[in-house]
Design a protein around this ligand. Structure first.
Ligand code: FAD
Length: 288
């Protein structure tokens, strides 16, 4: 079985197949697993699904169980607080679970690498796929030159710009939201201001999503996603203002450089001026 793409979907699929003794080959374009700020929370059905693979158990040792989560209105404050403990009769995992997507990917990769009939090849971008009556093949640009793999089946798990989907001439319906937003992580503790570890703040202009995610040490980081103006505005200043609004002004007076922050581009300290600006100015997020 050839799987194109070592994102969470490709790796989960590979592990599920390999654990049933099916040989798998995962071809990944990048030289290593992605480490960008993407998904950071898992819902009970996902934890239920990953449990038989032995993955949920490892996840639970690394992330945060978030039983309470909130909806807030920017003007009115707290609207509702949900208690997922109430669905304990329906799932073994009655909580949201906060763990960054790249940490899940490493758990999956570690388990795959322990299986002799599973291979993950990085720096192997698939450029073309083809099939005949007996086999399917993937042509890659490997570091040592072009290489072609054959298998009985091939599965495209190569993300939103999927080469496999295009080769199959399959539509990808949906649209791209015109909004742009920044995702940053800060060490400032928002729980002291009454925020649940997962909080959504509603506002037509200045909405925000807050998530506490694990990081080195016990304190963790607070991840905040919030909209930013179009690139023509001055990004660092508008981000600072937007970030203060995102947490209800609780951080007013704090010096941004005192906050350890992390932006989508991997900046690890100081205010995420150029890092986050680069992310918000260059990327529209496709959603379907
Ligand atoms: C900022 C942000 C926040 C998000 N937050 C959430 C969230 O809170 N909850 C949630 O459920 N989802 C969230 N998502 C969405 C989530 O990240 C995606 O749904 C998820 O990454 C999809 O996984 P995937 O494995 O299908 O694709 P990807 O993660 O995109 O992985 C595809 C892989 O295929 C590789 N690839 C691509 N082309 C080729 C090729 N030709 N040959 C070989 N390899 C190739 C890529 O390098 C990549 O490693 C978020 C996304 C973003 C951008």
């Amino acid at each position: 079985m050839i799987i194109v793409g070592a994102g969470p979907v490709g790796l989960t699929l590979a592990l599920a197949l390999a654990q049933q003794d099916i040989p798998v080959l995962v071809l990944e374009a990048e030289p290593a697993l992605a480490h960008d700020l993407r998904a950071g929370s898992f819902h009970p059905p996902t934890l239920d699904m990953l449990a038989p693979l032995g993955v949920t158990e490892e996840m639970l040792a690394r992330g945060y169980k978030v039983r309470r989560w909130q909806f807030r209105d920017r003007q009115q404050g707290l609207i509702v607080e949900w208690d997922l403990g109430l669905i304990a009769d329906a799932t073994a995992f009655p909580f949201r679970f906060h763990l960054e997507q790249h940490r899940l990917a490493h758990i999956l990769l570690g388990k795959l690498q322990a299986l002799p009939h599973a291979q993950v090849r990085f720096s192997h971008p698939v450029r073309a796929v083809s099939q005949d009556a007996d086999a399917v093949s993937a042509s890659c640009e490997a570091p040592g030159g072009a290489v072609r793999f054959e298998g009985r089946w091939l599965i495209g798990a190569d993300g939103s710009h999927s080469v496999v989907r295009k080769a199959l001439d399959t539509d990808f319906e949906g649209f791209t939201w015109p909004e742009r937003y920044v995702v940053i992580s800060i060490a400032y503790d928002l729980e002291q201001h009454g925020f649940a570890l997962n909080t959504y703040i509603a506002d037509p202009e200045e909405w925000a999503g807050l998530f506490k995610v694990p990081h080195d040490g016990a304190a963790g980081l607070w991840r905040i996603g919030f909209p930013v103006p179009k690139p023509k505005a001055t990004p660092p200043r508008c981000q600072r203002r937007a970030c203060r609004r995102a947490c209800g002004g609780c951080c007013r007076g704090a010096t941004p450089t005192k906050w350890p922050t992390r932006a989508s581009t991997g900046c690890t300290s100081g205010w995420p001026a150029s890092g986050a600006a680069g992310a918000c100015c260059s990327r529209e997020t496709p959603r379907t």
